[in-house]
Structures are given as C-alpha cells and as structure tokens.
Design a protein around this ligand. Structure first.
Ligand SMILES: [Zn+2]
Length: 96
C-alpha cells in the first residue's frame, strides 16, 4: 500500500485508495454474483446502462448540476445548495 506520514498526518495515496475500492467492488460483486446467481454479462450490461444514462458512453457517469428551487445551480458535490442550503436531489453514489 502506498501511504505517507507527513506534517499533515497519515494519508493514503489516491492509487492506494483506488486499489481498495477496486478490491471492495470485486468482493461485493463476487458475493452478489454467488448469492443472487448473477453473471458477469449481466454486470457488464448494467455498467453500460449506467454509463449511457448521462447520454455519453465514456465508461464513467457524468452528473450534471441541477437547478435549486432558489434558482442557484447545485452540483453533486457537495450535493447541497451553497446559496440556500437545500439538499440537492442526487443519488448517494453521485455525491462521493
Ligand atoms: Zn438553493
């Protein structure tokens, strides 16, 4: 694991975090596939569906800002309106 101890404290390198997220995703998928009898093809189909849901097939999910009831634009991160504080209507997956 790539990590560092510095004046800002302990932190993991982004690639190390990516490795852990990849491992977590793999573990979750292997459990789901085993318990729910899903196939890799079904997983790939769902990935394509989610990828294409934003209108562009580019192997990522792009979340566009939404207009708040106060008129300001709200992005998925932080997920709330910086003008009035109202929480945006974003999926939990979009605000990480
Ligand atoms: Zn607002």
């Amino acid at each position: 694991m790539i990590s560092s101890n510095g004046p800002m404290g302990n932190f993991d390198h982004p690639l190390a975090r990516l490795d852990r997220v990849t491992l977590l995703s793999h573990a979750l998928w292997s459990l789901a596939a085993e318990k729910l009898q899903l196939t890799d093809e079904q997983l790939i189909e769902r990935m394509v569906e989610l990828d294409e849901a934003d209108g562009v097939r580019d192997q990522k999910v792009t979340v566009y800002p939404k207009q708040c009831s106060c008129g300001a634009m709200v992005s998925a991160n932080p997920g709330w309106c910086m003008s009035c504080g109202e929480r945006g209507d974003f999926s939990p997956f979009h605000s990480v």
